[in-house]
Design a protein around this ligand. Structure first.
Ligand code: PGA
Ligand code: ZN
Length: 412
């Protein structure tokens, strides 16, 4: 069994150039696990706090004071590492030490264990002998909190190659759609600058419906039929539009407002018209009842909670009671530790809620979530398409395919 021999934290920067932390966990004096914490732009109200008082330096200071608590532990024992972390910070949202420490420390531990035991991370996280690849879900067009004025209010239009039989083909189809869309946008607007949003999706000056239209056209021009070889998905990130005072969704860029009922109609018509396979945060983060209306209405679409559930097991239990969704985003840093996130995944699986493991808009080049997506039997892996920090996750899936331990793609 491996033993943690030292821990070190440092201040680094994420893909947006914002400060973040990286943690090294070294086992047996030589096996280095290293993880850099990501961060979101459309952050759910009940997510773990990234850093105390928004100061990564403070997280590092507390980690330094408590390093010894982890030395000597088995780096593959996530429960024990989690419990030791909880002796330092017992707040529900990691407000004392920062969720980023919980994230980086636990994943770096499993990374270190993986090197020491020479077993890939996904195998350490799951004893299941029938693991498969999740379908990559990639952001092809960005708006909302991920792109500037003039772009759609809707945060993300995504593509997923649901008809692909291999992980390589599913990745290549996503690339092809992204490229084709780029050509369409350049032709349509000679002033298009090839600008991209935070996750690499194109960021054109288009209204919501125009954006959906061009994405559908990109798929069709490549000879794909929506709902067959490929499907589109949308992350509405509706809390961004929700105006509590007005009790309405305000689509500022497009210039209209939706009541609660109108929002359900708006979302439903998009799901039908573009044959979406995936609809995330179609209503705001407290609108559990409205989510359950959509879940009932569209049993074959992944009606997915992100800000709604924030990878929180207790909130998920609340959602299960009223069948508020049939799918959930899993973002480890929303929960805090990898142990928290795996407990959340167990609860979801037990209740037949499908899992979509996801990156954040502010990322690092780490690729551990590719392993986490496989081990949690995620249906999709939402990691973007282009940009070094997005490609890193896709490339890791291809490396994993060399182990010959995974039998093709999951069934959606
Ligand atoms: P975030 O957004 O990482 O900026 O919070 C991604 C998402 O909403 O899925
Ligand atoms: Zn989201």
């Amino acid at each position: 069994m491996a033993r943690i021999t030292s821990i070190r934290g440092r201040l680094l920067y994420n893909s947006r150039g914002n400060k973040t932390i990286e943690i090294d966990v070294i086992s047996d004096h030589k096996c280095l696990g290293r993880v850099c914490a990501p961060s979101g732009a459309s952050v759910g109200k009940h997510e773990a706090t990234s850093f105390p008082e928004n100061k990564p330096e403070k997280s590092l200071e507390i980690l330094r004071q408590n390093e010894k608590k982890f030395v000597g532990l088995d780096p593959s024992n996530l429960k024990l590492i989690h419990e030791n972390l909880r002796t330092i910070d017992s707040t529900t949202n990691y407000s004392k030490i920062g969720g980023s420490v919980a994230f980086a420390l636990t994943i770096a531990s499993i990374d270190s264990a993986s090197k020491s035991l020479e077993v890939p991370i996904f195998k350490l996280l799951s004893t299941d002998s029938n693991l498969r690849f999740p379908f990559p879900l990639g952001n092809i067009l960005g708006g909302g909190a991920h792109a500037g004025p003039g772009t759609p209010d809707i945060q993300e239009i995504l593509v997923c190659a649901i008809g692909s039989k291999t992980i390589r083909d599913s990745i290549e189809v996503n690339f092809a759609v992204h490229k084709e869309l780029g050509k369409i946008l350049a032709k349509r607007d000679p002033g298009f600058t090839n600008g991209r949003g935070d996750e690499g999706g194109w960021a054109p000056k288009l209204k919501n419906d125009e954006a959906l239209e061009v994405c559908a056209r990109a798929c069709e021009q490549l000879g794909f039929t929506l709902g067959k070889e490929v499907s589109l998905g949308v992350d509405f990130a509706s809390s961004t539009q929700w105006n509590e005072k007005k009790n309405k969704y305000v689509y500022e860029r497009a210039g209209f407002e939706n009541s609660l009922e109108e929002q359900i109609e708006f979302v439903s018509s998009i799901i039908k018209e573009y044959k979406l396979a995936y609809a995330e945060d179609a209503v705001h983060e407290e609108a559990f009842d409205e989510m359950s209306i959509l879940t009932k209405k569209f049993p074959n679409v992944l009606i997915t909670g992100d800000d709604l559930l924030v990878t929180n097991k207790e909130i998920l239990k609340r959602a299960e009671k009223i069948k508020a969704c049939n799918a959930t985003i899993l973002k480890v840093n929303q929960a805090g530790s990898l142990y928290d996130a795996l407990e959340f995944a167990k609860e979801a699986t037990k209740n037949n809620i499908k899992i979509i493991t996801s990156h954040r808009s502010g990322e690092s080049v780490d690729s551990h979530i590719s392993h986490i997506g496989i081990a949690t039997k995620s249906k999709m892996l939402k990691v973007g398409i282009v940009g070094g920090e997005r490609i890193a996750k896709l490339n890791e899936l291809l490396r994993i395919s060399e182990y010959d331990l995974i039998r093709g793609m999951v069934e959606i």
